[in-house]
Design a protein around this ligand. Structure first.
Ligand code: HEM
Length: 208
């Protein structure tokens, strides 16, 4: 890696940590009695699932970025293992609740399908990442699936970046929301695949 790409990668990672923390922190308000915005409030599956979704997803968003810090992973592997388990459990609970809520999204079948596929992808990538860790395939398959898992966790941040932009430029809310139900995660997965393709040879050479 040249020093320019390494500065870029560090800056990108710092932004990921910052935005994840901000969205996680902001989401906590819904656990303290604040009602979600109108289209989410109208979700017919909100009552049973919303608190679980927000609580679990907040944990996933907060812990996720730190799992990629090599110094922590190699220096204190016990911490990486326990925070990894907490991250995976949080994704599985948050994803199950997210899937249920996806089916009740008030903006119709396009957003329902977008959120439901996101939830299934989140569950699948996380479960696969956990399974690969249990099999000891740390430097390869485990990292690949966890990078995909976090790319999907980060959909929560992208949704909350895209939505205010569409509103600021005057696009109609419902149509924008339907597009964003897909746009908040499909490009993230593509970026994850680009990162994986670029770093795979280097990561294969590293110790687990
Ligand atoms: C990545 C998988 C995720 C899926 C499938 C998912 C799914 C959903 C769905 C379906 C809704 C309701 C949308 C509607 O009714 O129109 C929702 C709302 C919400 N989700 Fe998630 N979500 C995910 C990740 C996250 C994460 C990581 C957080 C972070 C804390 C989060 C926090 C929230 C919050 C706060 C709301 C409601 C209020 C708002 O829109 O700000 N979600 N989610």
């Amino acid at each position: 890696m040249t020093s320019r790409t390494s500065t870029l990668a560090r800056t990108g990672f710092a932004l990921v940590v910052l935005f994840s923390a901000l969205i996680a922190l902001a989401s906590l308000r819904f656990l303290f009695g604040v009602e979600p915005p109108e289209p989410v409030f109208a979700n017919r599956f909100l009552p049973g699932w919303f608190p679980l979704h927000v609580a679990a997803a907040t944990v996933a968003l907060t812990l996720g970025p730190f799992q990629f810090v090599r110094r922590l992973r190699v220096g204190v592997p016990k911490v990486h293992r326990w925070t990894g388990r907490a991250y995976a459990v949080a994704c599985l609970l948050g994803g199950t609740a997210g899937f249920a809520m996806a089916l009740g999204a008030s903006t119709g079948p396009i957003s329902q399908a977008g959120f439901a596929l996101l939830a299934l992808g989140w569950l699948g990538c996380t479960a696969q990442g956990w399974r690969m860790a249990l099999q000891g395939r740390h430097a390869t398959a485990h990292r690949d699936w966890m990078i995909r898992s976090f790319a999907l966790t980060f959909a929560a941040v992208m949704l909350r970046i895209y939505l205010p932009i569409t509103q600021a430029i005057g696009l109609p809310f419902e149509e924008s929301y339907r597009v964003i139900a897909w746009a908040c995660w499909v490009p993230n997965l593509l970026v994850a695949e680009i990162i994986l393709a670029r770093t795979r040879p280097r990561r294969r050479a590293l110790p687990a």
